[in-house]
Design a protein around this ligand. Sequence first.
Ligand code: SF4
Length: 205
Amino acid sequence: MYVARVLYPVNVLGIGNRVGIWTSICKHKCIGCSNPELWESNESQKVSVKDLFNTIKQINNYKKIDGFTITGGDPFYQVKDLRKLIDKLLLISDDIIIYTGFTIEELKRENDEDINYILNHIAVLIDGRYVEELNDNSFMVGSSNQRKLILNEKYKEVYESYFASNTNQIQNFMLDDGIVSVGIHSKDFDEKVRKEFINKNEKQK
Ligand code: SF4
């Protein structure tokens, strides 16, 4: 499986302290995508589902994992491995959110055993391509055409209330090779960061 990063605790893409998993590969190529570096995979990102789960188990040994958010890229471009991964994650929590550029109708139309299995075992699917003109900073979606579909009845109430009562937040992770900014960014996010950077530099002069 091609996985670009695994972060914990992610608090801005679902309830509680979550493991965020960013898979590589996406062929939707939406204009304005915030993760174009994940459209292609590279060999350094290749990991077996077993090794990936071992890393997650290490986190679980020391910290509480409330759920998982899998995004990318589009995780459904690696559907066989995604199913295997879901099977493992369910041993820890069934609060699993997946982001995909496909609509649920497109996924179901495939009539694929692995896809159907995944849809039957996750809590929430956030579906649809990103449409720049429809980016209105709605909670947890890049653009307003994307839907937050609660697929597990058990989570209906809790996620309906969570979606209704929260707004987008950004969470920054310091990594060895820089900062990763997690969350749904507003359309003018890059511009704001650029301005802040310039202001800071000017004040330091
Ligand atoms: S589906 Fe998501 S990751 Fe893929 S191009 Fe669109 S916004 Fe980017």
